[in-house]
Design a protein around this ligand. Sequence first.
Ligand SMILES: NC(=O)c1ccc[n+]([C@@H]2O[C@H](COP(=O)([O-])OP(=O)(O)OC[C@H]3O[C@@H](n4cnc5c(N)ncnc54)[C@H](OP(=O)(O)O)[C@@H]3O)[C@@H](O)[C@H]2O)c1
Length: 277
Amino acid sequence: MIIMDKVAIVTGSSSGIGFETALALARNGCYTYATMRDTKKNGKILEIAKKENLKIEVLELDVDKEDTIKNAVGKIVQDKKRIDVLVNNAGYFLVGCLEDLSIKDMRAQFETNFFGVARTIQEVLPTMRMQKSGIIVNVSSVAGRIGFPVTPAYISSKFALEGLSESMRYELAPFNIKTVIIEPGVVKTNLFASLKKVTKPDSIYKDITEKVMQGLVMMSEMGTPAQDVARAIINAISSENPLPRYPVGNDAIMFLEAKKSKTDIEFENYIKKELFS
Ligand SMILES: NC(=O)c1ccc[n+]([C@@H]2O[C@H](COP(=O)([O-])OP(=O)(O)OC[C@H]3O[C@@H](n4cnc5c(N)ncnc54)[C@H](OP(=O)(O)O)[C@@H]3O)[C@@H](O)[C@H]2O)c1
């Protein structure tokens, strides 16, 4: 156990990576605010916290709703007078080819996966700047580095998150605020069961959508455990000089290595072979 006497906030703690990260932070000594948009889902985490005597408090926070962010962060600052760690984890998976998606669908995906992160960060920054320390962990994905058919909105939201994270790392370094990006491959969580799929009734993309969906569901069953992602987050937070990025899972490492070592065309052919052969 790495003892960290820190105040941490995690978004999207009701399940998956957020749930495991909130627990891991608390097990490593942090006073952890496990935030969730629906606090009726607090049963399991509070039960574990009680059993293990962990410092976990559940607060309502919906990253789409500014007032819930302000309320949660306001309460934390009032109670603890500091915020050391913010893990931006909340997100969902929108599936559908570009021609099948409406702009409204795409805006909603960005609202949560990108603007939700930006507005949560904006809310904690005055506190972190004042204390001259802090670390912000943005849970992106290997999908934040690699294009893939059938998931263009999700991929674009994560590419945008990578751009935000890289840029803010420079802006916040003078205040001793660190930024890291976590890039998991496929992780075994609720993300796939709760995904939003959009296909028009007469879509010409039905076949490719089904094929990619089936592949993703199959991969998710063999996915990296969410605990491994939580461990990578703890590793990043406890490092003196955190790296800009932490890929998690053999699939993520394999894809990112291939992207680095190949030309764009070679990489495109590699993805086509992985997908369609
Ligand atoms: N699973 C993967 O293969 C994978 C791979 C790479 C990256 N990721 C990223 O990891 C993050 C966590 O996903 P997961 O895999 O752990 O899936 P998950 O089990 O479905 O967890 C997603 C969490 O986000 C929450 N959420 C969704 N919209 C929200 C909103 N507007 N405000 C607050 N919370 C919201 C969900 O809350 P509810 O319970 O209320 O829905 C849930 O707690 C996401 O950003 C995802 O893109 C996942």
